[in-house]
Ligand binder design. Sequence first.
Ligand code: AMP
Ligand code: TRP
Length: 326
Amino acid sequence: MKRRRAFSGIQPTGNLHIGNYLGAIRQWVALQVEFESIFCVVDLHAITVPQDPRVLKGKIRETAGILFASGIDPKTVFVQSHICAHAELAWILNCNIPMGWLNRMTQFKEKSQRQRERVMAGLFDYPALMAADILLYETDIVPVGEDQKQHVELARDVAQVFNATYGLTFKIPEPLIPEAGARIMGLDDPGKKMSKSEDRPGHAIYLLDPPDAIRAKIMHATTDSLRDVRFEESRPGIYNLLVIYEAFSGLSRPDIEARFEGRGYADFKRELAEVVIAGLNPLQSRYQEVTADPAFLDSQLAEGGNRVRPLAEKALRLAKERMGLG
Ligand code: AMP
Ligand code: TRP
């Protein structure tokens, strides 16, 4: 029986952090068992905001290296700009997406506020490209965080309208949102999601952070003036640290609370740092291995692209045919 297909994308910008790992990458690794998976490093999405060309090239490889090191099968990873069909289908979908749909996208509203001086057309159109990514591969499910659900719904909507107008062309994808609890908050501000776009030094634990940096960040993490180590959502700082402990240790909440009974925050933080360091250690050493030979990494990405290109080209050909192009 044919396995159902999962497709997801990750932007090669900023530094990947433990929120990305626990909320996305770790889920993807597990999904590979059940689903035939395809993962895309979405460099065309990255350029919807200004990027330094030299940094971007390096980040594409770093992102792929982190995926490989996390246990994603390198055969299933490719770079978006290696496959022309993404940009081409995005244009076609553009001509089938009403402006009103794009106007409702909350991520555009947030990102355009941050970029106030120069908001490019590509940022507004970001969801059309994301819909193209998904629809090129007969995708069944799209594992993403809650923040991307609206974009996946737009992809469904445009596929449905296209099919109704021009005849059956695209499979209708479903978003797959991980269970709650995978949302990791900023260490310096537990009221806000840990984010790649914040650059304050104590905000995030990056996946490639050395042990001493992890220790320092955790010891400085914002908590409160109480002292008992308990899972209480009304105390967001310590709650977030406990969620991180839970995710990396695999222990249950009652076991964790029992373990730290009568011990203060400093003790807990010291132990948390060691749990995170140990949890990231396999990924970090694998990362060194998989990126040791840059030419080999590049050849893996080229092969990943070659493997999926026929699927993308077939879907694009059908869409063009249906619309009477060419
Ligand atoms: P981004 O960093 O926004 O490009 O997100 C990449 C993936 O990681 C998406 O699936 C997000 O939902 C997920 N993600 C990002 N930040 C967090 C976080 N703080 N906690 C959990 N998941 C996250
Ligand atoms: N927009 C997604 C994010 O920022 C990344 C992405 C691009 C994506 N294309 C995709 C995710 C297709 C899933 C499917 O996280």
